[in-house]
Write a protein that binds this ligand. Structure first.
Ligand code: 5AD
Ligand code: SF4
Length: 447
């Protein structure tokens, strides 16, 4: 019988996507997945490096998993992904009991390493940015194993060339490489044929996608026209690369959902400059105005970092001001943490931890109020949702998302999984809408 693999994933959508595809690759090599680490022959952690907290969690899990290896030395312990790439041999020095360290572009070589298990730890990571290579990863025609069959991520690019000063991604995921358009289309079509209703096209900066003469707006058009997928989402958008052509396409293409994740990071021009973001708060607000004017009922989400080196109270106030002006539907909010090797690591991390936390709680509170107000405005309105989960507590309750990426709970006696249903919103809080099924869609883009 093939070996059993336990796989735990940390971090962003790209890691989730890599892990899902890895599961497909493992299955094709007669390796099975187990949900119980105590049961596994191979324990794999697909790790994230973007913030210190994510790394600390993975390191904590690793020392927990060490106990399985102490009980049974045959168990193979593998660290994969961004932390593996960032720390490489340092990880082995810290944890000499590891068997394998695999960078994000080496992760699919796992089955080969499992077959040839050695008695010393192997470190397979990229030595330099020139070393990153994902041609083989793109080419695989494997429908990824997913949490739900009705939605899927599809990678359109890997890596990043933006070098925002706080960010480790360009170092651990390598240069930006764009996936050939025909591979994207065929993966989306394969997913659609297997019953998937919605794809999210993912990349660190989807707006800078280019393949031959095609840009991201052209890609959206092709996925819209040439596949049977019903809804198309995409993330992450970088404000400096979001063109008017793209805004027009999002507005016009019937399958493309009306939601843009557009990280602001800071509302202060001084901080944005030090972050190397390539736009001012004025540019950002102008862009938001164009988006809102062009795309009907659009929703916007964002990422915010507080406590970046040298961020003063006045800088922080500017972030609050932009948040109030834009009225984001939701936000991911973080306090700055130093990432070794980045440009910002050489800046003095001068905002005290306590102050970073105060600013973080302030933005969280503001966003909660804004989200609550915006969501309550939706009560009485009607939306389509794609149902992708059954409630664990009540089997007559279902969870889905609107095209604008809002979570809706709806009641239903029959199985709604995978259905696109029309719901009228009855109640709302800052995070969730509660609705009931109806037949009358208020406003739905039609083909
Ligand atoms: N500290 C805090 N937040 C960070 N992010 C990236 N790097 C850091 C860091 N060093 C946040 C940004 C990014 C999101 C994925 O993580 O907001 O958009
Ligand atoms: Fe990091 Fe900036 Fe690239 Fe996003 S765009 S991955 S924040 S460097």
């Amino acid at each position: 019988m093939g070996k059993k693999v336990y796989l735990q994933t940390f971090g962003c959508q790209m890691n989730v996507y890599d892990s899902e595809r890895l599961k497909g690759v493992l299955a094709s090599e007669n390796l099975s997945i187990t949900a119980n680490p105590a049961d596994a022959d191979v324990i794999v952690l697909n790790t994230c490096s973007v913030r210190e907290k994510a790394e600390r969690r993975a390191l904590g899990r690793l020392s927990e998993f060490h106990k399985y290896k102490q009980k049974n030395p045959e168990v193979m312990l593998v660290v994969a992904g961004c932390m593996a790439q960032r720390m490489g041999t340092d990880l082995v020095e810290k944890m000499p009991y590891l068997d394998l360290v695999l960078g994000p572009d080496q992760i699919f070589q796992l089955p080969a390493y499992i077959q040839n298990h050695r008695d010393h730890c192997l470190v397979a990571v990229c030595a330099s940015r020139e070393d990153f290579d994902c041609e083989r990863i793109w080419e695989q025609r494997i429908v990824p194993e997913r949490k739900t069959p009705f939605t899927s991520f599809v990678a359109i690019s890997r890596g990043c060339d933006n070098f925002c000063s706080y960010c480790v991604v360009p170092y651990v995921r390598g240069p930006e490489r764009h996936r050939p358009i025909d591979q994207i289309i065929s993966e989306v079509q394969l997913l659609a044929q297997s019953g998937c209703k919605e794809v999210t096209l993912i990349g660190q900066n989807v707006n800078s996608y280019r393949f031959e003469s095609k840009d991201f707006a052209d890609l959206l058009q092709m996925v819209n026209d040439q596949t049977d997928i019903q809804w198309i989402r995409f993330m992450t958008s970088h404000p400096k690369d979001l063109s008017d052509k793209l805004i027009d396409k999002i507005a016009a293409l019937p399958k493309v959902c009306e939601h843009i994740h557009l990280p602001l990071q800071s509302g202060s021009d001084l901080v944005l400059e030090k972050m190397n973001r390539g736009y001012t708060s004025g540019d950002y607000l102008g862009l938001v105005e164009r988006i809102k004017k062009t795309i009907d009922c659009v929703s916007l989400s964002t990422d915010i970092i507080v406590g970046f080196p040298s961020e003063t109270e006045a800088d922080f106030e500017k972030t609050l001001e932009v948040m109030r002006k834009v009225e984001f539907d939701s936000a991911f909010m973080f306090r700055y943490s130093i990432r070794e090797g980045t440009k910002a690591a050489s800046f003095v991390d001068d905002v005290p931890e306590k102050e970073k936390l105060r600013r973080l709680y302030t933005v969280i509170k503001l966003q909660k109020d804004i989200s609550g107000t915006k969501n309550r405005e939706l009560v009485g309105k009607t939306f389509q949702i794609l149902v992708d989960e059954r409630s664990k507590r009540d089997e007559n309750k279902w969870k889905g998302k609107t095209r604008t990426n809002k979570t809706v709970i709806v009641e239903g006696n029959n199985n709604l999984l995978g259905e696109i249903v029309t719901v009228k919103i009855d109640e709302a809080d800052s995070f969730t809408l509660f609705g009931s099924q109806t037949r009358k869609p208020e406003k739905v883009k039609t083909a």
